[in-house]
Every structure is written in C-alpha cells, then in structure tokens.
Design a binder for this molecule. Sequence first.
Ligand SMILES: Cc1cc2nc3c(=O)[nH]c(=O)nc-3n(C[C@H](O)[C@H](O)[C@H](O)COP(=O)(O)OP(=O)(O)OC[C@H]3O[C@@H](n4cnc5c(N)ncnc54)[C@H](O)[C@@H]3O)c2cc1C
Length: 472
Amino acid sequence: MRSAYDLVILGGGLSGSWFLFEMLLKLKTIGPEISIAVLDRAGLFFGGLPYGEYSSDRYMLMNPAEELEQTPYPDWCRANGSVGQMFSRRHFGRFLQETLRAAVAGSRHRVDLIVAEAVDLRRADGAGYVLGCGDGAVLRAGTVLLAPGSAPLRALPGLEGVPGYVPDLYRRCWPDLEREMLDRLDPQPHEGNAILVLGTNAAASELVWCVSRSQALRPRLQRVIAVSRHGRFPDGGLSGLPPFVPVALEQPGLDSAAALMAALQADIDRARAAGYSTMDAVLAARPVFFRHFAVLGLDEKRLFATQHAEAWKLATRRTPEAYDGAVRRMLAEGRLQVVAADIDPAAPSWSGGVFRVPVGGGDAVRGRMLVNCLGAAPIAATRDRLLQRIAETYGINGSGHGFPVNSDFAIDTDLYLLGPLLAGFARPDHSIWHLESIPRIVAYARSLAETVAGRMAREAADIFSGGKEYGT
Ligand SMILES: Cc1cc2nc3c(=O)[nH]c(=O)nc-3n(C[C@H](O)[C@H](O)[C@H](O)COP(=O)(O)OP(=O)(O)OC[C@H]3O[C@@H](n4cnc5c(N)ncnc54)[C@H](O)[C@@H]3O)c2cc1C
C-alpha cells in the first residue's frame, strides 16, 4: 500500500464503486496514469452492505432488472439467465463485483483496495487531504470522494452486546440470524416466545418476509411484535383498480414546500382510504408533484429538501409485493402484531433472557430477541468518528442527515460527497432529500465522475510530472 494517491474513494459500496467505474471509463484514454485507493472499513468492496457478502439470497432487489438500464445489469442478467423476474440483492452484488473487477483489471490506472476505517480527515498544508485511519495509518490524497453510506443506525445504548439483541439487520446473513432465533426461542410457542422488532420500515418488512418463509421457526415462534411511531408497514404492488386521479395536487396555490407536501399527503391518504395501494397513488401523483416542484423557488426547494424528507419518505414508501403479502399473511394468522408507540431508545431493557419494550400507558411488549430497525440516526447524534470530524469542520446541512455541498457536490476543494449524506441538497435543477435508490445513485455517480475526471485531467500534467505534492 502506498501512502499517497491521486484519488481516494472512501467507501466501497454502490456510490463509491459506481463512481470508480465511471472514472475508469472517463480516464480510459485521457491524461497520464493515476493512482486510486478505495478504502472500506468492512472490506465490502463493490457491494457495500445491501449488495455485499452480508446480504442473503432471501433479500430481494426492489428494482426489476429493466429499471437499471443505465447500467449493464439487464444485459448481464440476460447473459446469466434471464430478465423479467425479481432478483435478489446478492445477485445484483455479483453483477457489481464482476463488472468492477473487470473494469479495474482492464484499466491502465492503479487501483488499490484497502481495508481500513477512516477516522480523521483534514486539509493538507499543500494541496489535497490527509486521511487518518483507525489503525494509525495515514493516507494522503489529491482528491477525495466521501461515499460512506448513511449515518450509522440509531443505537439502543443499554443493549449493546446483550445476547439476542440485533443492532443492525444487515450485519448478519439470514440463515445465521434464523439459527440464532432458533437457539433463543423456547421449543414450544407461548406468550413471550416472540421476536420484537423496533420499526416498521423496509428492513422490518424484509425481516417479516424471511420469518414468514421459515418452516423451522413456525412451530416455536408465537409471534413477531413490531413497534413504530405510526404502526404501519409499507405496502406493495398495485391494487388493480382503475387509475387513481390526484385531486389535492391539482388545486391552485401549491407554491410553497409545505403546501405541496400537504397536497401530496392528502392525495395519498385519499387513495389509501379508497383501497388503492401506495404504489398506485405514487405513480399517479408523482408527475403532478414534480410539475409543481419544478417551478418552486430555490428557497422553497431547499426547504422541501431539508424539512420534508421524513414526511415524503413516510408517505411514499413501498415494499416489494412479496414482502407486503408476508406482512398481511402474518397479521391474518395472528403471527404478527403491530403496535403504534413512540420508542425512547433508552427505554428497552433486558433481564433473564427477556427483552422488554415499554409502549405507553404502563404497557410493555416482551420477547426473546430484539431487532433494531429504527433507521439512521441524525448526524448530530452519531458516534461515527469520521462523520463527527466532518461535521466539526464543515457543519451539518438543514436536513440533519447530510453535509453542505456546492452545486458540484463538493464539500471543499477536491473533496466530494456521494450517497445518502447528500440528503438536503437543492439547486434549481436538482434537489435531493434522500439518495438511496440505485438508478439515482448511478446517475449522480456518472455526472460527478464527469466533473472530477475533467478536473483531474486538467491537473494531470502537474500530477504526472510530480509537480504537485499532497501535503503533510
Ligand atoms: C438494506 C438495504 C436495501 C436496499 N435495497 C435497495 C434496492 O433494492 N433498490 C434500490 O434502488 N436501493 C436500495 N437500497 C438503497 C441504496 O441502493 C443503498 O442505500 C446504497 O447501497 C447506498 O450505497 P452507498 O455506497 O452510498 O452506501 P453503502 O452501501 O452503505 O456503502 C458505504 C460503504 O462505506 C464504508 N464506510 C463507511 N464509513 C467508513 C469509514 N469511516 N471508513 C471506511 N469505510 C467506511 C462501509 O463499510 C460501506 O461498505 C437499499 C439500502 C439498504 C440499506
């Protein structure tokens, strides 16, 4: 491993990987050879958490292959079987691995994959940056792309390390998690022989889907108990009703972020009350919503990107139809109970092998395992050392979940950001209140690579002649 690189990509997930792919394409023929390091603390190169080795073959990709046409994935599927079916995230991960490894192997640029955690980042005295790693190593970089994914999940402080507590569903593969459930549950079903899930988001419905398909768990598990503020799982699929027609979004006067969000919410609520699925409502509402959004003033766009992200995500979230079906089936069979309650992260407790979660009014739910699906913590509450360092130097943007960037996604000179931490970004033509879908990440990785490759190619003569030092 060298100690200085022209480009360091921090994070080997989809954002970092696709950025690398696009950079290698763009720098195929222009400029001299450059050195690139990809740094990942978990060694999850070309996959990250959702598509990497922690991902089970049970976890489904939300996108049909055809929807990912900006990548060679549909062609790769055809060459390896078929399209027109839903694949697992692991399948998409295998595509990423193969594609990126081939791109690196065929490139004239040097690419090092380094397993290390960046815990510090500061501007070097000359040009570039100095990255400090958890193991004490120091890397110098001319240009840095930050692609560390979302802020770490909300923690339950009293439960770290307790047996049966699962702090992050995606640090475990399903068969491994199922084995632990079998170990911890008593052999006979009884009240309390339950699995507690905090949250009813996509991760929670994925867990319900896995549990619903497990023949081994069926004879033991009394029920899954899911607790969330609103007590509602995302739905999936299409209702088959005639197309939904938005009404609130067609009213005049939707010239503020708040009014637009209220109208979207009203239409989605009306659709659900009439038996439509969220997908029906979103498909019908989205074009009208974005027509209004496009003509909002920049301040109102900013307000939307920073203040309305949570409401927008909650109103529009959906899940694969199979997951929705599993939730409905488990509810109908009495094997899933959903409780609406605000969860104080300090309140869940564990004693004698039983977890207890207070749900208000003196009531509590109990279970043998507790799975945390509460989602990402705001950056201000994170214990991630690198994110704390960036927040200290550059601040946090108004969304509380992202960092301030300019219109090129740069936090500072030669320091760029990609992925979910762009939440809260707005400029006249692009607004990001969350960046967590493959097609959008791929599109932004492409345009960012255009910017960075252009810039690096312009500076290449300097780099090549050794005229540029990456500071100390
Ligand atoms: C479980 C799950 C399922 C999803 N499913 C879909 C789907 O089906 N379809 C869809 O369109 N979108 C999906 N998404 C959304 C989107 O594709 C992901 O959010 C995407 O993986 C984001 O990629 P990323 O590279 O920004 O982050 P990540 O994939 O999280 O990668 C970040 C990487 O950075 C590394 N890292 C972090 N901090 C440091 C540090 N300090 N030092 C070194 N390395 C570090 C981590 O180890 C990690 O490998 C899903 C997201 C999740 C979480």
